[in-house]
Design a protein around this ligand. Structure first.
Ligand code: 0PR
Length: 355
């Protein structure tokens, strides 16, 4: 078959990006190693420890428990699974804002827990009152999102943590996308800011690790112990991950990406992306579009269908939120030049339409 990997020069809405060169090299070296069997593949297991330690440093967790997961979906499922396992009651529920990623729907479905999605406020953040009202004695987990998929919003993490604590529920923060921007902002979002039990932070998004490299972190070993099953015939005898055989490329790539970029290159990436998002938002406002003020480097704005179609026809990879806004994620590959090009496409479409 004649197929080529996607060029990234017109990809605007994806949360994937080009891997860091060192991550690419490391991934290729460890293609055949299975971190799912650490006793047989000890070197990749050591790289995984390093990756988890680096993620712990980023999230203020001194002695982190966790692993490099297949992605944010697995990490979120594991957070729900752990909460269900620790719950004392028969019919546990999970309370999350409706802005939570659809992986929580999968988790609820798989694990047979009730998912209570509660409204967000006027600025797309979890509404603390609504979360509080939805929590009851059967709540096993409260979820906060630090960098929402559609609008890049950071929920009020300390307040949500307090609600969880008062309800004797666990607290999970989904920073799958936001986690590589937030260390360079003033937001409260990590283990040091709130009574967070588990956290998702994905190297294969803004971290520039190759796919698959999600991050699942837990405050204590007890969480992983609770998730572990016995693996009698492997050299290693317990396994806490959801998948069995795992990608050595993902693990080694994540370790290399973190080692090469934390903290300086990640800070530079954040500053560049934030600058690009602010630039794009201003340019769109000048042209009369309704723009959702970017909190993290993600710009959502109203875009009439003809201009949306014109952009797609020009090869721009652009998607809409559930409520219809076009959505540009300022990932590491999204340059100022790309944004100028995209704006030129919109301008040409507007002239063409006589605007
Ligand atoms: N949590 C948040 C906040 C997310 O944004 C995502 C993915 C996940 C969890 C799940 O992560 P995995 O996809 O690694 O399991 N958000 C993106 C989305 O759904 C994923 C994505 C990435 C979609 C690249 C398209 C794409 O081209 O939009």
């Amino acid at each position: 078959m004649d197929a080529s990997p996607q060029e990234f020069d017109r990809v605007l809405s994806s949360m994937c990006t080009l891997p860091h060169p060192e991550a690419r090299t490391a991934a290729e070296r460890f293609l055949a190693d299975n971190p799912g069997d650490p006793a047989t593949y000890p070197d990749v297991a050591r790289l995984e420890e390093r990756a988890v330690d680096a993620l712990g440093t980023m999230t203020a967790l001194e002695d982190p428990a966790g692993y490099v997961a297949s992605g944010g979906t697995e990490a979120n499922i594991q957070a729900v699974r752990a909460a269900r396992e620790f719950a004392a009651n028969e019919n546990p529920n999970v309370v999350a804002p409706e802005s939570a990623h659809f992986s929580f729907n999968k988790a609820a479905d798989l694990l047979g827990v009730e998912l209570r999605l509660v409204p967000v406020d006027d600025d797309y953040r979890a509404d603390v009152e609504a979360v509080s009202a939805a929590v009851d004695g059967d709540t096993a987990l409260v979820v906060g999102v630090a960098g929402t998929t559609e609008f890049g919003r950071v929920d009020p993490i300390p307040e949500l943590g307090r609600i969880a604590e008062e309800a004797d529920a666990r607290f999970h923060v989904d920073a799958a996308w936001g986690g590589f921007h937030l260390p360079f902002t003033d937001h409260d979002w990590h283990f040091g800011h709130a009574p967070v039990d588990t956290l998702t932070i994905d190297p294969h998004k803004v971290g520039r690790a190759p796919i698959p490299a999600g991050g699942f972190l837990a405050r204590d070993d007890a969480t992983l112990d609770r998730l572990a099953v016995e693996t009698p015939y492997l050299e290693s005898t317990m396994q806490a991950t959801l998948t069995g055989t795992r990608s050595g490329a993902g693990v080694a790539g994540a370790a290399a990406a973190l080692n090469a970029q934390w903290p300086d290159e990640y800070r530079e990436n954040h500053e560049r992306a934030a600058g690009n998002a602010a630039f794009l938002a201003d340019e769109l406002v000048d042209r009369g579009y309704d723009v959702v003020d970017p909190e993290l480097p993600l710009v959502a704005f109203s875009l009439p269908e003809p201009e949306f179609e014109a952009a797609r026809d020009e090869g721009w990879r652009l998607s809409r939120t559930g409520s219809g806004e076009a959505r540009i994620v300022c990932m590491p590959h999204v340059t100022r030049e790309m944004l100028h090009g995209f704006l030129a496409t919109l301008d040409a479409a507007r002239v063409g339409a006589g605007a």
